[in-house]
Design a binder for this molecule. Sequence first.
Ligand code: SF4
Length: 81
Amino acid sequence: MKCGTCCTAPDISALRKPVGVKCPHLGADGLCGIYVTRPSVCQSYRPDEICLQINAPTLPERVANYLQLFGLAAETQRDQR
Ligand code: SF4
């Protein structure tokens, strides 16, 4: 799947990736550039009903929906100050 939302919206400590920042390994094609060696947190991820709740046509829209759903929008704005 070429969604990319969970490679962008949540923080991923194994990658030192903050909330709302796109993983450097997420390609423009929406695929993981290090798929075979991606961290275990990424390997164990499974799509669920959240995917349906945040679904939107574009990655920025899906990320915004995710951040709003989990109450992380304010944290993203704080990080960007
Ligand atoms: S390592 Fe790959 S699967 Fe994990 S967040 Fe980055 S692009 Fe996504």
